[in-house]
Design a protein around this ligand. Structure first.
Ligand code: TYC
Length: 147
């Protein structure tokens, strides 16, 4: 797969490209039509703006996939197991069985994943869990980490 974003390709030694040129039947990158602009080269001999460099710029916007973030629960010695199970069911839409497995994983390993989300969704989950734990006076900690 080609890289995301705007790409450019430098083409050297194209003496037919002078000043500003636009090839209306321009070359293609993949299957896309792209404009071609010849850049002026200040080092060109004779002090004119002749150029032997062309820049092909991708004009079609490329959709970037958003970064993903894991939302993690951390173990502690005081939050009741039932409370953690409830949190995982309520904020991560897990079944009671899955929530129990996640809680036990955290209990035994110190940390465990409740879900993977885009940045703003992950941030919202962390805030919701932390607010809910604080409201019930439990020290449960929830954090996010970039995948
Ligand atoms: N370790 C806690 C207990 O024994 C249970 C617990 C599990 C707490 C997961 C936090 O994220 C947690 N009561």
């Amino acid at each position: 797969m080609p890289p995301d974003g705007v790409g450019s390709i430098q083409m050297s030694h194209l003496p037919t490209m002078r000043g500003s040129a636009f090839l209306s039947a321009g070359p293609r990158l993949g299957s896309e039509r792209v404009p071609v602009v010849a850049a002026s080269d200040p080092r060109a001999p004779g002090g004119d703006d002749r150029s032997n460099t062309a820049i092909i710029t991708r004009t079609k916007p490329r959709t970037k996939r958003p970064s993903l973030y894991r939302v993690l629960l951390l173990n502690d010695d005081y939050t009741p197991m039932e409370f953690v199970v409830h949190v995982v069911e309520r904020f991560f839409n897990k079944s009671q069985e899955d929530a129990y497995q996640i809680m036990m994983h955290v209990h035994q390993n110190g940390v465990g994943e409740c879900g993977v989300f885009t940045y703003e969704v992950a941030e919202t989950k962390v805030t919701q869990v932390m607010d809910f734990a604080r409201k019930h006076q439990h020290p449960l900690q929830c954090v996010m980490e970039k995948k």
